[in-house]
Design a protein around this ligand. Structure first.
Ligand code: ISJ
Length: 79
């Protein structure tokens, strides 16, 4: 079990780094929106993101979509 948990921790660390990068990019999108008086929420784009996940993710597609809904919520909070 210890070895498996080490692998989980390694993956968690990669997810953390990638989420940091994603949130930084979202923050930049937010700055562009503010400069152009655009709303933070873009439902069309969110549907595109979720459709992309549906097309890409395999076995755990539904679970991954739920995770991404929360990620996009936090992205909007950061923006
Ligand atoms: C980052 C954006 O802002 C919001 C967050 C999104 C995301 O986290 O992918 C997508 C659409 C927007 O509701 C964007 O518009 O691209």
């Amino acid at each position: 079990m210890q070895e498996i948990r080490k692998q989980i921790t390694d993956i968690d660390n990669e997810i953390i780094k990638l989420l940091e990068q994603r949130f930084e990019l979202c923050k930049r999108v937010g700055e562009i929106k503010r400069a152009n008086n655009l709303p933070i929420l873009d439902e069309t784009r969110e549907q595109e993101v979720l459709a992309g996940i549906e097309a890409t993710a395999g076995k755990y597609g539904e679970e991954i979509k739920t995770v991404f809904e929360e990620i996009m919520q936090q992205a909007k909070n950061i923006e």
